[in-house]
Design a protein around this ligand. Structure first.
Ligand code: HEC
Length: 160
């Protein structure tokens, strides 16, 4: 009888010790932020490089053949509504992506050759459109035409 009591106590002590160990040694490891501040900064800088590239592409006539740039009709990324894609777009005749719509605008209003959908240039243009809409509420399938987040640094070049 006495022996059994001790064994129960030993089991309880073992569970308690394991729990304490898990809380003290394992939990802090799991509670750590997934990336360090330095890593976050590094990743942000890489993203901002793509955004800058997209900004440049958005403001060059080189993508088309008729002298127009995206920025002529979509200053600061306005009316590109990146947060509303994918959605049904009558120009595409289907549920399409932001990238497909960017290509439609290169092909039709700018009379240029479409970009590779997965290429660095297209990714950069998407990054720019999305970056200029930071903080805009996500509302898929809405066909609103509001401008981008207002910029303080001059028309067309929000990153300077
Ligand atoms: C000559 C003016 C013009 C130029 C230049 C132009 N677009 Fe457009 N863009 C439009 C018009 C007009 C629409 C609306 C099409 C529709 O909904 O019928 C549009 C729509 C869009 C949309 C979809 C917006 C929405 O409501 O969801 C995106 C994204 C877009 N353009 C990106 C671009 C990009 C990127 C470029 C440059 C490669 C560009 N556009 C160049 C006129 C232009």
């Amino acid at each position: 009888m006495k022996y059994k009591k001790h064994s129960k106590f030993a089991l309880f002590a073992l569970i308690a010790a394991s729990l304490a160990f898990a809380i003290v040694f394992l939990n802090p490891v799991q509670a750590k932020p997934p990336v360090s501040k330095a890593e976050m900064k590094k990743q942000m800088n890489i993203l901002l490089k793509a955004v800058k590239k997209g900004d440049d592409l958005w403001h060059t006539a080189k993508l088309g053949t008729n002298g127009l740039a995206c920025g002529n009709c979509h200053p600061d990324g306005s009316a590109s509504n990146p947060h509303t894609w994918p959605k049904y777009q009558t120009n595409l005749g289907k549920v399409g992506t932001l990238r497909e719509m960017i290509n439609w605008c290169i092909l039709v209003p700018m009379q240029g050759p479409m970009l590779d959908l997965g290429g660095d240039d297209m990714i950069a243009m998407e990054a720019y459109a999305t970056y200029t809409h930071r903080g805009v509420k996500i509302a898929p399938a809405k066909d609103e035409q509001h401008g981008a987040v207002p910029v303080k640094s001059g028309p067309g070049y929000p990153l300077k």
